[in-house]
Design a protein around this ligand. Structure first.
Ligand SMILES: [Zn+2]
Length: 275
């Protein structure tokens, strides 16, 4: 009996050790290397959209490769661009799974203990960020989003909700400004600047091959060290404030929306509704 119990315990311990980190990759398109033109590269039907998709898939699969190389047991890719309908299951790494469609409520794709770490690929900086490529928060019409007065972009919002569930953000690939924004929230995050602003709209990018190489290495390092990261937690009640740019003549002053909750998740549910 005792021998059986010990055997069962050893089996359980082995199973725990065998289970590597479970990773969520949050994707977007504006932060992918080589992407800089909102009129040609971001939406279906535009002249270089298919090229942008191909580059996003390359960068995303490089992160998947790195995560599995570091021993991940599961990788889920969340399709974050253009209403979550940019990626395709026949182009992602065969070991990963794809989460798509809207709405993807925060507590559906980020729930307690579902993932051990979050990687960003193709991420851009927040609205108004300095020296940033295609910076925006949710839409190009948004001027500023704050959580308890702290300005956040899309990556900060994901980090806050993930933090509510005790999940840390650990790696980011995007433009140089997005990398800086990530470091501010998670100083030990591994970042890969695949491009930087080189003029008012132009960019200086790594080659796609080099971007993929660096992203794979970064994902590998971040996932290998995932247990050392702390989630970004916002304590106390949360006020989510969203301020649009003025749109004269209909909206001469920018519209402001405020949502509150006893925590960050409740504030987001107040905005987006229950899942
Ligand atoms: Zn996007």
């Amino acid at each position: 009996m005792i021998r059986q119990t010990i055997a069962a315990l050893l089996f359980t311990a082995a199973a725990c050790l065998a289970q590597g980190p479970r990773i969520l990759i949050v994707t977007d398109l504006e932060g992918v290397g080589g992407v800089n033109n909102p009129d040609e590269q971001l939406l279906p039907g535009q002249r270089r959209y298919m090229e942008s998709r191909r580059l996003l898939i390359g960068e995303t699969n490089a992160a998947v490769e790195g995560a599995f190389a570091a021993g991940a047991s599961e990788v889920v890719i969340w399709d974050g661009h253009d209403g979550s309908r940019t990626l395709s299951i026949d182009e992602i790494d065969g070991r990963a799974r794809l989460l798509q469609g809207r709405p993807t409520p925060a507590n559906y794709y980020l729930s307690e203990k579902l993932y051990d770490g979050i990687l960003f690929v193709g991420q851009h900086a927040m609205a108004g960020a300095k020296d940033a490529v295609l910076a925006h928060s949710q839409s190009f019409g948004m001027k500023r989003i704050t959580l308890n007065g702290k300005e956040v972009g899309e990556l900060g919002q994901v980090a806050a909700i993930a933090g509510f569930y005790d999940i840390p953000v650990i790696m980011l690939a995007g433009d140089e400004a997005a990398c800086a924004e990530m470091k501010e929230l998670q100083p030990n995050a591994v970042t890969v600047a695949v491009k930087r602003l080189a003029g008012s709209m132009s960019t200086l990018s790594l080659s796609h091959a080099e971007a993929k190489r660096r992203i794979q290495l970064a994902a590998r390092k971040a996932v290998a060290d995932v247990r050392q990261y702390k989630p970004w937690k916002i304590s106390g009640p949360v006020e989510l404030r969203m301020e649009q740019h003025p749109q004269p003549p209909l909206q001469p002053t920018g519209r402001v929306q405020i949502y509150r909750g006893t925590n960050v998740l409740e504030a987001y549910i107040a905005w987006l509704g229950k899942p």
